[in-house]
Design a protein around this ligand. Structure first.
Ligand code: MN
Ligand code: MN
Length: 456
């Protein structure tokens, strides 16, 4: 099997490893959709991007971003051609499966304080117990202030945990099916056990003590959880995997791995022929709905603003043209072939580690249900660009026909009548607390995105 590792020379290997070092740093600082946006803006501003202010005429080479509520982002490098002629668009999502705190989370039970949760996205719940969890997010207070929280990443900081049942007493539990071994309502995180000094007959003293700590250290009251977004995510950093260091294991590859590589590609786009665009979107894991999901008007509104700035007066037909003349690579992780579970794949159409960026003509499930199914003509165009730029790529499907399936944001943009092809980086253990990807594929994806922005 020919892989990227056959292709890379010594100098290439240095670049591949260096790129992954930067990626790991991004992953460590971008554990939530909000943090992913904050980090992306910091990198973009360093690369000369400015937030759109609506003033002044646009010129080729201008570098602009739109920040949507700190949870999704659209970046543009204005091309030499008019926007109406279309854009080359990269898209990926920055939300990942996780365990959210409920709006009324805190309770005391037999001298322990727990936090009740509601999981986000598709998870195997049994994977999220008995591992160190960090608490990230924001608490919005009635006076308009916002407390940003990230507890449990530094070694000296405390962590939280959702307990698992000891094996010694698990006879009944282990007779259950995997989906029922750990159930959603039982995902309660252990948060404290020291009681406040109170009267003997006073109840909930442990909770009282914990609330005092929250008040003192973060100025958070119990009511404030109502207007909070607090996410439990695996604590700790992304690590090199394999004795040859060829892979990265970390939380949230899906889909920050495609977000980071897409972002890096647009940050390096200089005066392109067609306008380069990059959408980093939220809420993909729960259906892309809402103001910060891919179905939001946010991206279209941003393009309308740019057209208004470029043309001087906004015309809806120009927006329709700009969208339908665009090309898009919609990126989301693919399922990497796993020798431990070969039966779920059909070998000729599986994605493999080290074979480069993975394209999918369609996603969906059953008879391709729910997929936008990219036109063959457009796929031919992308193949030609990849070959011309010596990017290694593979074409795959998500597993055997009728084995399962999944969706991406591709159809949402394709519905605007543009050509969209699904692309992505193969990962193992998708949606587990720690996922695995090949450094070679990460680097080829970045090279693929650069080639696409330049030549599509
Ligand atoms: Mn996913
Ligand atoms: Mn995904």
């Amino acid at each position: 099997m020919k892989t990227v590792w056959d292709k890379y020379q010594k100098d290439d290997l240095k670049k591949v490893m260096g790129f992954s070092e930067d990626y790991k740093k991004y992953l460590d600082h971008a554990k939530t959709e909000r943090e992913a946006v904050t980090e992306a803006i910091a990198l973009a501003e360093k690369a000369g991007f400015k937030e759109f202010k609506g003033k002044g005429k646009l010129k080729a080479g201008d570098r602009i971003y739109f920040n949507n509520r700190g949870k999704s982002l659209a970046l543009f490098v204005i091309g030499k051609e008019k926007l109406e002629k279309g854009m080359n668009i990269l898209g990926a999502h920055i939300d990942s499966p996780r365990i959210d705190l409920k709006q009324n989370p805190l309770y005391e039970d037999n001298g322990l304080v727990l936090m009740d949760t509601h999981y986000y996205g598709g998870i195997k719940k049994y994977q999220w117990v008995a591992i160190p969890l960090a608490l990230h997010g924001v608490v919005c207070k009635k006076d308009g202030t916002k407390v940003t929280v990230a507890i449990g990443e530094k070694e000296e900081e405390p962590i939280l945990e959702i307990s698992d049942l000891l094996i010694h007493l698990s006879r009944d539990q282990l007779a259950k099916t995997g989906a029922k071994v750990v159930e959603g309502e039982d995902l309660n995180a252990l948060a404290g056990s020291i009681p406040a000094k109170g009267k003997k007959d006073e109840s909930d003293l442990v909770k009282k003590n914990l609330l005092a700590i929250l008040k003192k250290e973060y100025d958070i009251e119990e009511d404030d959880f109502i207007s909070a977004e607090l996410e439990l995510v695996p604590a700790g950093k992304a690590r090199d995997l394999g004795l040859d260091r060829s892979m990265v294991m970390g939380y949230g590859h899906d889909d920050r791995i495609c977000a980071y590589t897409s972002l890096k590609a647009i940050l390096e786009s200089e005066k392109p022929e067609r306008t380069s665009a990059c959408i980093l979107t939220d809420k993909e894991e729960i259906g892309s709905m809402g103001s910060t999901g891919a179905q939001s008007a946010f991206f279209e509104n941003s393009v309308a603003e740019l057209l208004n700035a470029q043309e001087g007066n906004y015309n809806e037909l120009q927006l329709r043209h700009a969208l339908e003349n665009s090309y898009m690579l919609s990126s989301d992780v693919s399922a990497a072939f796993d020798p431990n579970y070969p039966g779920v794949n059909e070998a000729k159409n599986a994605a493999y580690f080290g074979k480069g960026i993975s394209f999918n003509k369609f996603t969906g499930s059953g008879g391709k249900s729910g997929s936008s199914d990219a036109p063959a003509e457009y796929i031919a165009k992308i193949r030609e660009i990849m070959d011309r730029n010596e990017v290694m790529f593979q074409f795959s499907e998500l597993g055997r026909v009728d084995q399962g399936g999944g969706g991406t944001i591709a159809y949402i943009l394709a519905n605007k009548n543009m050509d969209v092809l699904d692309a992505g980086i193969p990962v193992q253990n998708m949606h587990a607390p720690y996922e695995t990807a090949s450094k070679g594929d990460i680097y080829e994806a970045y090279r693929a995105y650069k080639a696409f922005l330049k030549d599509a």
